[in-house]
Design a binder for this molecule. Structure first.
Ligand SMILES: Cc1cc2nc3c(=O)[nH]c(=O)nc-3n(C[C@H](O)[C@H](O)[C@H](O)COP(=O)(O)OP(=O)(O)OC[C@H]3O[C@@H](n4cnc5c(N)ncnc54)[C@H](O)[C@@H]3O)c2cc1C
Length: 239
């Protein structure tokens, strides 16, 4: 684990409240898809001493690092105000609960809520880059179509053999919406996933979503050791 300064090289507006920062770290970061770092803003007196966790969303095979940040409070608002040429300090890599790499031979299912997509985007990008054989299904839950991060890239991923992307919208959807609607439930899981017990399941999103997904998977008799999850937004629970 190390701290490195990383200059912002590009900023992409993903949605109305989500931006992706493409960074050039001064030292290379040897992370596994699913890991995160603690981020602070270099040279910021207002936010000095503040560091918050964000997941590497890019593939570790890329020659840059990307963080995708949803604006929800003071620190993420400050991140959204940064410009190309500003720098962040990244302290990591950290975490192991959502790690994905070649040691996983099973097919995998990712259940993501909102910005909880970031660890799985890294895994999907990595699997494509490395031509891994695992079949990957992503069920991605958002409130509205406007909230779907990486919508175009996920559309392309969905056209690849071995990948299936299912979007579900919980609050409202356009008349011509072709995806699913409503919260992820047992019927939705059974529609898209056969032999649930043989898969490795990854869940990332707000705690209530994780809790309800765990219950669903228990009903499907998925053994606990095949379920990996990370609850975001629990203060002090990251290290
Ligand atoms: C391991 C880990 C990895 C993470 N990776 C990412 C990532 O890749 N991208 C990303 O955008 N976020 C990620 N997060 C969440 C991110 O760390 C928080 O959104 C951030 O710390 C909020 O800081 P803030 O000062 O802007 O908001 P705060 O002032 O801390 O929070 C403002 C309000 O939002 C609520 N809140 C806090 N976090 C969340 C949340 N995640 N969802 C909904 N409400 C929340 C709080 O309860 C509070 O009411 C990750 C969290 C963890 C634990």
């Amino acid at each position: 684990m190390k701290r490195t300064k990383a200059e912002i090289k590009d900023i992409k507006n993903e949605t109305h409240d989500v931006k992706t920062f493409r960074l050039a770290p001064e030292e290379s970061i040897d992370f596994t898809p699913g890991q995160y770092c603690l981020v602070s803003i270099a040279g910021s007196s207002k936010h000095e001493g503040t560091e918050k966790p964000f997941t590497y969303a890019s593939s570790p095979t890329a020659d840059y690092v990307e963080l995708t940040v949803k604006k929800i409070g003071e620190f993420t608002k400050a991140l959204h105000e940064l410009e190309v040429g500003d720098s962040l300090i990244l302290d990591g890599p950290r975490g192991k609960s959502l790690n994905f790499d070649e040691t996983i031979e099973e097919d995998v299912v990712f259940l993501a809520g909102g910005s909880g997509i970031t660890p799985f985007m890294s895994a999907i990008r990595y699997a494509i880059r490395r031509n891994l054989e695992n079949k990957m299904t992503l069920i991605f839950s958002n409130r509205t179509e406007e909230d779907i991060i990486y919508i175009e890239e996920l559309d392309e991923v969905n056209r690849r053999e071995g990948f299936r992307i299912v979007n579900t919208l919980t609050d409202s959807w356009p008349q011509d919406w072709k995806g699913e609607t409503g919260y992820i439930d047992r019927a939705m899981l059974e529609k898209y996933v056969n032999e649930a017990c043989k898969k490795i399941w990854y869940i990332c999103g707000p705690p209530p979503m994780i809790d309800s997904m765990e219950k669903l998977l228990a009903e499907e008799n998925v053994p606990g050791e095949k379920i990996r999850y990370e609850k975001w937004m629990i203060p002090g629970k990251y290290d």
